[in-house]
Design a protein around this ligand. Structure first.
Ligand code: ADP
Ligand code: MG
Length: 456
């Protein structure tokens, strides 16, 4: 281990001892040591909130560690990976273009905004196809005129890796193009929740509320994360929604399932999710996959013959993220082999390596499956393993059994034992039942895809 690595590892160790798990996950995990140069340590973080936290709580032990390991004091610099930049860039600018806000926000009291937007996602580099056409058009309409009742809120749902997050960022970026002074924030449901907990703990909820309730556009990703969560944070979400909605501010939610299937989430929230327009994204058809591949390989240093693209389009049918992953593998292999043109053989080899990689990981503990299923449906592991016959628990239990059978090599009796000592016939019955339902129930299929993607 070199000195820099040792320095960074020590800091992470100290942080993990000093802070509880939740804090560590919210504020430390995403941090990266960007560089150490001229006695300046640069640390990359994802949000301004994290920067705040580091400045307040970590400076001291970073200095101590620097002295101990680098033998010198250092200047500490933080960079926040917010490509969109802080907002507002210039408060003095004319407000003539500030059309989003029908009642201009009281900018004097409004906190500086970290938009959370990634500029790499745009409408231009999003390939349209039958599966995503509605979601694409609705996002475009919103970016053109945010806050219109028909599209508010806009709720986009679909399986993993189909472009939901991409569309959220693209919408935010486009709104900023049209209305540079608009107050926009992209946030995952998980981050929203962590921020909320942080502010409750720091007794600074006022700041949190000011931030979220002064937005013109709120882009909230993966709201299925809220299922089964505590009331106080959900209440904040609800009140944020109410405030923004009443002022005709635009809200977009994404989720891996439609509002009607967000079990264990307050009815008043679920119903609001569906107030405006709900659109789904389904996996791309062959033509769209081909077009996506064409677009993603366009600027590549390697040439991709049509045959290779056709082959790749036939290999990845349900998830654009996997397709991108395959392209990365191919690029890597091409660089090792020092070739210019990507043959079908090379592509196949790269994909094989990828598939082997994932099959190696296929030793999934049953407990892990129970945990993910529980998390998804907002049910505890104890209930999944137990024998209560309440409908949603029974269903989650059967799904966990089904996945244990499908995704692991365990025998039926072994699976039964892991579910609190149930008979192997119970497992068999559960497996058959879910299998049958999957033939007709697209919603359920989507849910399982989503759970599986967490396990792989
Ligand atoms: P989701 O949020 O639905 O899980 P993402 O938006 O993260 O999926 O998409 C996964 C990856 O696939 C991203 O890198 C995204 O840019 C890409 N992607 C998905 N759909 C498309 C599309 N139609 N055109 C171009 N890229 C896409
Ligand atoms: Mg996403």
């Amino acid at each position: 281990m070199n000195q820099e690595e040792e320095f960074w590892k020590t800091i992470l160790n100290i942080a993990s001892e000093r802070f509880n798990n939740r804090t560590y996950i919210s504020f430390i995990v995403a941090a990266q040591l960007a560089k150490i140069e001229n006695q300046t340590v640069t640390i990359a973080l994802q949000t301004l909130l994290q920067q705040d936290f580091w400045e307040k709580n970590c400076t001291h032990f970073i200095q101590e560690t620097a002295i101990k390991i680098l033998g010198t004091t250092v200047t500490i610099r933080y960079i926040v990976e917010d490509e969109g930049g802080d907002y507002p860039p210039n408060l003095e600018e004319s407000s003539a273009t500030y059309q989003v806000s029908r009642e201009p926000s009281p900018s004097a009291t409004v906190p500086i905004l970290n938009t959370g937007l990634l500029s790499k996602y745009s409408f231009d580099n999003f390939v349209q196809g039958d599966g995503n056409r509605w979601a694409f058009s609705a996002s475009l309409a919103v970016s053109d005129e945010p806050g219109v009742e028909r599209y508010n809120p806009l709720f986009i749902y679909g399986g993993p890796g189909l472009g939901k997050t991409h569309l959220l960022h693209a919408t935010g970026n486009e709104v900023l193009n049209n209305l540079p002074r608009a107050r926009i924030r992209y946030v995952s449901a998980e981050t929203f929740l962590n921020e909320c907990i942080y502010h409750i703990r720091m007794d600074s909820m006022e700041e949190f509320r000011n931030l979220y309730r002064s937005l013109d556009v709120l882009l909230m990703d993966d709201v299925q994360f809220f299922t089964g969560k505590e009331n106080s944070t959900l209440n904040e979400l609800f009140n944020t929604f109410e405030t923004l909605y009443k002022q005709q501010k635009q809200i977009i939610f994404t989720s891996d399932r439609p509002p009607s299937e967000l079990n264990n989430l307050e009815e008043r929230l679920v119903s609001r999710f569906a107030w405006g327009m709900t659109v789904d994204i389904t996996p791309p058809d062959y033509e769209t996959r081909f077009a996506i591949l064409e677009s993603k390989t366009q600027g590549s240093q390697y040439s991709f013959p049509r045959k290779t693209l056709e082959y790749l389009a036939s290999q990845f049918t349900s998830n654009v993220r996997e397709l991108e992953g395959a392209l990365n593998n191919i690029n890597f292999l091409a660089s090792i082999k020092n070739v210019d043109e990507i043959s079908i053989e090379l592509a196949a080899e790269a994909i094989r390596a990828k598939k082997q990689e994932s099959s190696k990981r296929l030793v999934i503990p049953i407990e892990e499956i129970q945990k993910e299923v529980g998390k998804f449906y907002g049910i505890s592991i104890k209930e999944i393993k137990g024998s209560r016959r309440v409908q949603n628990i029974v269903q989650a239990r059967q799904i966990a059994m089904y996945l244990s059978r499908e995704m692991t090599d365990n025998s039926l009796p072994k699976i039964g034992r892991e579910f609190g000592g149930k008979d192997h016939t119970t497992v068999m019955h559960a497996h058959e039942k879910i299998k049958k339902r999957l033939e007709t129930d697209d919603g359920l299929r989507l849910e399982l895809e989503s759970i599986k993607s967490k396990l792989n």
